[in-house]
Design a protein around this ligand. Structure first.
Ligand SMILES: Cc1cc2nc3c(=O)[nH]c(=O)nc-3n(C[C@H](O)[C@H](O)[C@H](O)COP(=O)(O)OP(=O)(O)OC[C@H]3O[C@@H](n4cnc5c(N)ncnc54)[C@H](O)[C@@H]3O)c2cc1C
Length: 352
């Protein structure tokens, strides 16, 4: 091997929330990120919710890592004085036919070991519901502030970041892996961690691993003049969507309310929000927000999920595994990936 090849023990591909959390946990690593800074992709276009782990089955990684990640994340945010609010969440049954689904969700959450959940008929005046599941440990946070903190802690712990470095090839060698970037930089690493978000399938494909992600877009509509109307998040009964949690109402740290995200499988990375969807969002949310008027809605942002679940297919879990000695693959890290980021990092550390 030529001497000008950079050598590192551990190389991380991608500096989103997950790659940053792993870099902070491991310290002495090299991180290659194709963009000019960290956290510019999936981690910057999402609901910024600290989930509790209500929805998925007990044996899934999504549940395990979310239930572990929720208190880890809340402690991290408190200890580091980062903006967040544990505001709670209601999953509402707006008609009698939905009550059973909400009760089933409660039972599922209980089996998952989620703390602070209850069934209640005591809902606030600004929400219309027959009854609801209340989750006290659900919250919201400033994801950018969180990533900035992870980035600085990772650097302080010895992580080396190279921005504008797109990994275009990975080859297995005797001593590990030879990684090549778009501008010809070469790195020899004993271990590689693939946390490349929407491109993690393509990175895995370089080593002959057969993965395909199905990008799934979620649009948001903001609600004009609704600041302060809600003091917790409101989600519909879980029966309303096959690919997401159903159009729900979230608040941000300023108390503003927005609706979304919906789910649409897409072929291109276009983040425009189609204003014609507003009627659909309005009708979905009117069921639980009785004060809503159509003209209060306006297009907000959107995000794209790195889904392993193909259109028309069933649930797909996170993939986090050592696929071959030294290559740890993280694919399909959609929601609740932010909530789980610190527990994912711990899990990856345990694999090394
Ligand atoms: C609409 C939406 C709402 C969501 N809401 C929530 C929520 O409320 N709560 C929650 O917990 N989770 C939520 N999620 C999920 C969460 O956002 C993701 O799980 C998380 O951000 C994934 O982080 P990541 O680091 O894996 O991916 P990313 O943030 O996308 O980071 C991957 C990085 O890899 C880089 N990269 C890709 N290819 C290469 C390459 N070849 N070479 C070098 N670098 C590369 C990218 O540039 C990127 O910076 C939501 C997701 C979406 C889309």
């Amino acid at each position: 091997m030529a001497d000008d090849i950079l050598k590192t023990e551990v190389l991380i591909v991608g500096a989103g929330a997950v790659g940053l959390a792993i870099a902070r946990e491991l310290g002495d690593v090299c991180v290659l990120e194709k963009n000019e800074s960290y956290g510019m992709e999936v981690s910057s276009r999402n609901s910024e919710v600290i989930h509790a782990g209500l929805y998925y089955s007990q044996d899934s990684l999504k549940t395990k890592l979310c239930v572990e990640g929720n208190p880890l994340l809340r402690s991290y945010l408190s200890e580091n004085d980062l903006p967040h609010l544990v505001c709670g969440k209601m999953v509402v049954a707006t008609e009698q036919g939905e009550v059973e689904a909400v009760e089933r969700l409660f039972e599922n959450a209980r089996k998952n070991g989620v703390q602070g959940i209850s069934l209640t008929t005591d809902v606030s005046e600004s929400v219309s519901a027959k009854m609801a599941l209340y989750s006290a440990t659900t919250g919201i946070f400033d994801v950018h502030a969180y990533m900035k903190s992870l980035f600085h802690k990772a650097r302080d712990a010895g992580a080396l970041f190279s921005f504008g470095s797109e990994v275009v090839d990975i080859q297995k060698t005797n001593g590990g892996f030879l990684i090549e970037t778009a501008d010809g930089e070469k790195v020899l690493a004993e271990r590689v961690i693939n946390s490349a978000g929407l491109k993690s399938d393509i990175v895995a494909n370089k080593l002959g691993l057969n993965y395909k992600l199905y990008p799934c877009k979620g649009d948001y509509f903001a609600i004009r003049g609704a600041a302060g109307k809600l003091d917790h998040l409101v989600y519909p009964s879980p029966s309303t969507s096959k690919y997401g949690l159903g159009v729900h109402a979230t608040i941000n740290l300023q108390g503003e309310v927005r609706l979304g995200p919906d789910t649409t499988y897409v072929d291109e990375m276009n983040f425009d929000v189609d204003p014609n969807k507003s009627q659909k969002f309005y009708e979905s949310a009117l069921k639980f927000l009785p004060w809503l008027k159509h003209d209060m809605l306006y297009p907000d942002t959107s995000g794209i999920r790195p889904k392993l679940q193909a259109p028309g297919k069933g649930f797909a879990d996170f993939v986090i595994k050592e696929e071959m000695p030294g290559f740890i693959n993280l694919v399909g890290i959609e929601s609740p990936g932010l909530t789980a980021s610190l527990s994912i990092a711990r899990m990856v550390k345990g694999m090394i």
